[in-house]
Write a protein that binds this ligand. Structure first.
Ligand SMILES: [Mg+2]
Length: 236
């Protein structure tokens, strides 16, 4: 059976969040002495940990992006043993550096272009509608995407089955006619499966997962036509 819809996660699946976040952290580290004495890897990991901690509230629209950004830096300054009076300035620099270093995951545009004539395409993502639609537009992805389903709009986030159900409703498919592609084991793979949707794990970092079992895995979105063919063909 051929798939009729492919659902994609956005951050670190189509758009390279980790690359931009690390570059932003390097920029901030170079500007603020409190951070300069901490290795970039350590700082970057702690920043990502705090981001993940605070992200759910932003993703469901319970907290503003700007507010969470500053809080994140207050916590990062505390981690560095410094007071947080520069948190707003550091957060603003991070935002600018992040924007300047954004890029798609290699092959993302080609893959969407290869899939577009064959299936409906949904992006299913935990963030606000404004942030995510801006990303789709900025990278020229919008013309390939039939629908953008955000946790911000729905008030529930992956892995909650309701966000996947809404995506299926919008693309007009049953669960078994769709496949979900994403980098997060919990949000994308387990979330989709719980909703009855086959999942393909995008594992670009060579991570090992104890429960991977028979789960199909991609280590890259290239070559586009091969990946597209694999996604469109059925199979769990
Ligand atoms: Mg992701």
């Amino acid at each position: 059976m051929q798939r009729r819809a492919v659902l994609f996660d956005l951050d670190d699946t189509l758009v390279d969040h980790r690359h931009a976040a690390r570059a932003a952290m390097a920029g901030v580290r170079g500007r603020f002495p409190a951070f300069a004495r901490i290795p970039l890897d350590v700082l970057d990991a702690e920043h990502q940990r705090i981001l993940d901690l605070l992200h759910h509230e932003v993703a469901i629209g319970a907290r503003s992006v700007d507010d969470a950004r500053i809080d994140r830096y207050r916590r990062l300054f505390a981690f560095a043993g410094a007071d947080g009076e520069s948190a707003a300035a550091a957060a603003e620099l991070h935002r600018r550096e992040y924007q300047a270093n954004r890029r798609t995951v290699e092959g993302a545009v080609d893959l969407l272009a290869a899939l577009r004539p064959q299936v409906r395409i949904a992006v299913v993502t935990n963030n606000t509608l404004a942030e995510q639609s801006e990303k789709l537009a900025a990278f020229g992805l919008s013309p390939f995407v039939d629908t953008l389903v955000t946790s911000g709009e729905l008030g529930v986030a992956k892995p909650d089955g309701r966000i996947f159900a809404e995506a299926l409703r919008r693309v007009g498919c049953d669960a078994e006619e769709a496949v979900m592609v994403g980098d997060s084991w919990v949000h994308d793979v387990e979330g989709a499966r719980a909703a009855g949707i086959a999942a393909v794990w995008l594992n670009r970092t060579g991570a090992v997962h104890a429960d991977r079992g028979e789960t199909r895995q991609l280590t890259a979105l290239t070559p586009a036509h091969e990946v597209a063919a694999m996604l469109v063909a059925g199979g769990r």
